[in-house]
Design a protein around this ligand. Structure first.
Ligand SMILES: Cc1cc2nc3c(=O)[nH]c(=O)nc-3n(C[C@H](O)[C@H](O)[C@H](O)COP(=O)(O)OP(=O)(O)OC[C@H]3O[C@@H](n4cnc5c(N)ncnc54)[C@H](O)[C@@H]3O)c2cc1C
Length: 444
């Protein structure tokens, strides 16, 4: 039997739930359904709370902006927002086997060991560097060309921190479109940033990171509650076919169903969407298959605060490219003190990423041993941890690699020929969770 609906959303991650929520809010008369393959909603957003410790499998938090304000207001969650501690501004990067503080302002550039004097001279020459580069230029190539080769370790650390990716493969235009635009329009990143129109009066400074009381999963519970029975769990979308003006959508799972939907939104990772649309448009499926995703391992280690020789009052540290698979360590117990019992610190060591794809296949014991080694080496951790927890997120973070922007343009051209079909989610633009909360979502 074929059932009908106005909009069928595949995937109950942040993108799918937020899209269904906004569409239903705009048109309560529409029959909107969300089909999720897993037995729970949320995608990578999952909070584990155990014995007074709070661990996030995916996003540690969100960077507040107008989109997060809009969604959290609509869900009546604004009072549940927990800003990260002010110390979150302090960050470090690994250099020659030790932690070096990232400069917090231009004056600290003069004293940081990250740059020699001649590197600084090269850095400030950026406005006079001629335009250049290719449209698909990598992040490391762009930053080296404009600011000098000494920026390479920072580019690598940033690529690790945001995308668990490889700075030599990630595309600058897709990661930081504003920087590329500044070069194109003003001939310089620094000049472009200076000339940006500034709102007057200046809005108050926002925290760099926020979470929610009860962890990030609180946002998922609120969205799922608002959507109620419209969310079908354990219902993987298997394929989508054209049928008249709409689409026939086959759901698998223990209770296979078929829907005729006027509109379909695939808010699932690109590699999963490729399988779903293979029969509809093989070229589109091939393009989607080309968007890779990296796996990340998070090892949480909790211990009394006095077990660490280093001060733990910041965001955490990032590691540039290295033979070891370390991406960085988040000081989650410093960011959100309520995530650890009183007098204790919780750290999240993250490893793997695009350069170490097999990391998630290693045993818990190996991963834990490795994390403890890093925490000893960089933060002077001594003794046994009071708490450990391991999370593996496989094929989780889309890689906007060189050619990504051009690929998105080709994908947009294919979907333009499929009216009513939309691709959403972090595979395309805006890798952050807030990017998925936006009313318009993130799509090619
Ligand atoms: C380790 C890690 C740390 C992160 N840290 C941060 C952070 O600190 N801040 C931040 O802003 N972002 C962070 N992110 C990114 C954030 O998690 C993503 O932006 C967000 O989860 C993307 O949402 P999505 O809905 O596009 O995809 P997903 O979260 O991947 O959800 C997709 C959903 O689709 C479902 N699905 C797949 N195939 C099918 C199918 N055939 N049919 C039906 N359903 C299907 C999946 O089960 C899943 O529920 C992090 C991600 C990871 C993995």
């Amino acid at each position: 039997m074929t059932e009908t609906c106005d909009l069928l959303v595949a995937g109950a991650g942040p993108a799918g739930l937020a899209h269904a929520f906004w569409r239903r809010r705009a048109r309560p008369d529409l029959r909107v359904l969300v089909a999720e393959a897993a037995p729970r909603a949320g995608g990578w957003v999952r909070t584990v709370m155990r014995d007074g410790w709070t661990c996030e499998a995916g996003p540690q938090g969100f960077r507040p902006n107008a989109d997060s304000d809009a969604l959290l207001d609509a869900l009546e969650l604004r009072d549940e927002v927990v800003p990260a501690a002010a110390a979150a501004k302090r960050r470090w990067v690994v250099q020659d086997g030790r932690l070096v503080a990232l400069p917090a302002g231009p004056l600290q550039l003069l004293t940081t060991p990250l740059f020699r004097f001649r590197d600084l001279l090269r850095l400030v020459r950026e406005p006079w560097v001629p335009r250049g580069g290719t449209p698909d230029e990598s992040m490391s190539a762009f930053l080296s060309r404009r600011f000098g080769p000494a920026t390479r370790p920072l580019a690598e650390a940033m690529a690790h921190g945001i995308f668990a990716g490889d700075a030599d493969r990630l595309e600058m235009r897709s990661m930081f479109p504003m920087a590329v635009e500044c070069e194109e329009r003003h001939g310089s990143v620094l000049r472009g940033l200076r000339r940006r129109p500034r709102p007057n009066p200046r809005p108050p400074r926002r925290p760099v990171l926020c979470s929610l009381r009860g962890g990030m999963e609180r946002s998922i519970r609120a969205l799922a509650e608002a959507l109620g029975e419209s969310v079908l769990l354990g219902a993987p979308v298997q394929r989508v076919r054209r049928e008249g003006e709409g689409y026939l959508v086959d759901l698998g799972g223990s209770r296979p169903r078929r829907f005729l939907a006027r509109e379909v939104a695939l808010a699932i990772p690109a590699h999963a969407a490729a399988g779903v649309v293979a029969g509809l448009d093989a070229t589109l499926a091939e393009e989607l298959r080309g968007i890779r995703a990296a796996s990340v391992v998070s090892v949480y280690v909790g211990a009394p605060r006095d077990a660490f020789a280093a001060p733990l009052d910041g965001f955490g540290f990032l590691a540039p490219k290295h033979p070891s698979p370390l991406l960085g360590v988040l000081m989650t117990g410093a960011l959100f003190p309520e995530h650890a019992p009183a007098g204790h610190m919780l750290l999240r060591a993250m490893s793997g990423g695009a350069e170490h794809p097999d990391e998630a296949e290693r045993s818990d014991a190996e991963l834990l041993g490795q994390a403890r080694h890093w925490l000893g080496e960089y933060l002077g951790m001594r003794g046994q941890p009071s708490f450990v927890h391991v999370e593996r997120t496989r094929n989780a973070i889309a890689q906007y690699e060189s050619g990504h922007a051009a690929r998105l343009a080709r994908i947009a051209a294919r979907t333009a020929a499929l009216p009513g079909l939309r691709l959403l989610g972090a595979s395309y633009r805006q890798v952050s969770v807030v990017g998925q909360w936006a009313e318009q979502g993130s799509h090619p």
